[in-house]
Design a protein around this ligand. Sequence first.
Ligand code: SF4
Length: 344
Amino acid sequence: MQNLSVHVPAQGQLISLVENVSFTVGAQEIVGLVGESGSGKSVTAMALMGLLDSPGVRITGSARFKGQELVGMPPRLLRRLRGRDIAMIFQDPMTAFTPVYTIGWQIEEQIRAHTSLSRKQAQQRAITLLAEMGVPDPAQMAQRYPHQLSGGLRQRAMIAMALSCNPSLLIADEPTTALDVTVQAQILELVRGLRSSHGSSVLFITHDMGVVAQTCDSTLVLYSGRIAETGPTADLFAHPSHPYTAALLASIPPITGPRPAHLPTIASAPPTPHTRPVGCAFAPRCTYAHTPCTTSQPALVPISAQHAAACVLPTEGTPLPPRLGTVQTAQAHSAPHQTGTTPL
Ligand code: SF4
């Protein structure tokens, strides 16, 4: 994705929800898109999926998937890609599944819409997928309606449906937010395993830095629709170079080192697209803000080979205070980062 921007008409003008967002999801890579509500995470994913088709929405830039340009692709072609090559795992499977059909029937329909399998073959594949996702007694479960499954089982069924056509790219939009901590850990383990079990790449959308640490190879921090910081997760967690990233990390309880008496919070709330200030959008909440921050928008400056931050501090040579304790990141306990062809 290169310089993707999304503008919508509001109050007689075009306002930007997402501005010049660029990133790559490598083969079998899990990329985290993280930020507070309203930072543009889901809008970015919806633009990718071609789901922003309301009148007046203007999408510019480029999103290439296996050599094909998604921005401006005719809806008929996008519909063919969706579900088959790019699939989405939604935050709340209760609203994503249709309540009046069984889970099995809905997975079968997805398979039959994109493949030439017969009803019986699709039925068998749906049961196999449910079994792979750890759903107990999958043949029985396939006969149940969404409301008859627990939240964790519904989410597993949603992942089974997303994987039903072996998509190259999965977009997981806050897939664990509605789940309790134990089930969340199981679902994260499942998502981490998808790259080896199904060869999938994952764009993982979340507001939870703890989840990013456990799951993602690389991380993109969004603030007010713009990239604040990007880099390999281990590097970004060890050396946050944007005060917003540092503040998000400071709010995670450390698992080692001294325990802080209070977990810091970030004062106030992010600006709306209408009230985004001139210069750095984080300036009104940033304890390091000074004159250069308010005159022009800071560019992304390289911190290391793959690590960059949109802040004036690195160029001025001002270091951020070190984090208390450590957070274990995905690289510390998952398969090594894979490289290969770039599906997106
Ligand atoms: Fe803070 Fe200035 Fe950096 Fe923005 S550019 S994050 S206001 S120090």
